[in-house]
Design a protein around this ligand. Structure first.
Ligand code: COA
Length: 405
């Protein structure tokens, strides 16, 4: 029997702190007027303090998505986090999220495809479901770009913001959900949008910090040109793969990078503005988080209805591009959960935290008990002690027995 990957839950989280264009004009030589006319952005959200990170935003978005889906974290088979700003190079942010949610049965991994990452994740998640390897997959796009932004570089610092968006994909026998995806890459454009240091090419050093190589470096005009061409092309291709004409598409949700990019690329598709969603002016470019955040807001604003045909389309660092054709399967609006179910959910998340602490404590205890008793440890110590004794007595060293090597 055919399996389909339906979106049954969605959620988002943005930091409380708002940074307006006027705020930025007090930091670098720019103006609200320049930023609005060149990008369409008015303000963005920025994480504050060390406690707000990519994983904390991702966890909040994920919990909201699980609540809409009315699904317990234990039912998840996989957690995918698309991000270019993970909490650490490793472990994967997805593992931190999996632990915080208590998604004990789920595999977890990060995915870096720049701003196209969420749609890449949607494609992989739906493939896991359609192939029968998973029944429920959580796909998250989450970023804290403010942490890799050079606040002295007016070319880039006006563009980016922080946030997270998530969807829950579920196996279904009802035709619909993710109907087709198009993924692409052109690594020859990798240097157009790059974080040069911190990897194996330029490991972190005093020099890389002094040279500002841990910040986003971008050649804006070239990225602009690439974006305007590729978004229309990917949207057309995915509609064709799904067997839809563009006239049948109810709403296009493009990556929110620049209003001029959206207008010019989707203008090529000759779609009326009401069929293109934009919330860029409030969040700026949140990279992999931008499409799922826009999807959540499109639902909230009543722009999506059951059976609607949607196209999600993005482009980003890599260079990469991705598009997904989604047939909306859930009747809207979704009824909120009753209070006792919300309480139950709260207890599950509390339980996940205690479980994680208990596992850490057990690991610590096991290390304490088993550490010095290892066979190899004793052998190494014994031969070191014998060596010291020989040195002390200036005895000639006898040839080593094969068993001691
Ligand atoms: N405030 C005021 N002036 C600024 C400025 C700012 N924040 N940033 C750049 N300028 C200046 C430039 O220095 C330049 O001045 P000059 O003509 O004296 O040299 C002038 O504005 C025009 O710069 P330019 O780079 O040609 O502007 P633009 O119209 O191409 O817009 C971007 C710049 C970055 C907004 C635009 O290229 C863009 O959006 N590119 C795509 C970026 C993107 O989407 N990246 C993410 C991909 S996922």
């Amino acid at each position: 029997m055919a399996r389909y990957a339906q979106i049954i839950g969605w959620g988002m989280c943005v930091p409380d702190h708002v940074l307006t264009n006027d705020d930025l004009s007090r930091i670098v030589d720019t103006s609200d007027e320049w930023i609005r006319t060149r990008t369409g952005i008015r303000e963005r959200r920025i994480v504050s303090g060390e406690t707000e990170t990519t994983s904390t935003l991702a966890v909040k978005a994920a919990r909201a998505a699980l609540e809409v889906a009315n699904l317990s974290p234990q039912q998840l088979d996989a957690v995918i986090v698309a991000t270019v700003t993970p909490d650490y190079p490793f472990p994967a942010t997805a593992c931190l999220v999996q632990d915080r949610l208590g998604a004990v049965r789920a595999s977890a991994f990060d995915l870096n495809a720049g701003c196209s990452g969420f749609v890449y994740g949607l494609s992989i998640g739906s493939s896991l479901i359609v192939s029968g390897q998973a029944d429920h997959v959580l796909v998250i796009g989450a970023e804290t770009l403010s942490r890799i932004t050079n606040w002295n570089d007016r070319d880039t610092c006006v563009l980016f913001g922080d946030g997270a968006g998530a969807v829950v994909l579920a196996a279904s026998q009802t035709p619909g959900g993710v109907r087709a995806t198009v993924l692409g890459a052109d690594g020859s454009g990798g240097d157009l949008l790059i974080l040069p240091a911190g990897g194996s090419r330029h490991p972190a050093s005093r020099q890389t910090v002094d040279d500002g190589l841990h910040f986003i470096h971008m050649r804006g005009r070239e990225v602009f040109r690439f974006a305007t061409q590729i978004m229309a092309q990917a949207a057309r291709q995915v509609a064709e793969q799904a067997g839809w004409t563009l006239d049948e598409v109810s709403l296009i949700i493009p990556h929110q990078a620049n209003e001029r990019v959206i207008q010019s690329s989707l203008g090529r598709l000759k779609l009326p503005p009401e069929r293109v969603f934009s919330n860029l002016e409030r969040y700026g470019n949140t990279s992999a988080a931008s499409i799922p955040i826009a999807l959540c807001e499109a639902v909230t604003e009543g722009r999506i209805h059951a059976d609607d045909r949607l196209i999600l389309v993005g482009f980003g660092a890599g260079l990469t591009w991705a598009a997904a054709a989604v047939q909306w399967g859930v009747p809207l609006p979704v009824q909120p959960l009753p209070w006792w179910r919300r309480l139950w959910r709260w207890l599950i998340y509390r339980g996940a935290r205690w479980r994680s602490l208990a596992l850490r404590a057990l690991r610590w205890l096991a290390g304490l008990l088993s550490g010095p008793v290892q066979h190899n440890g004793w052998r190494a110590r014994l031969s070191a002690w014998r060596e010291r004794r020989r040195q002390a007595s200036k005895e000639p060293v006898p040839p080593q027995a094969p068993s001691e090597r």
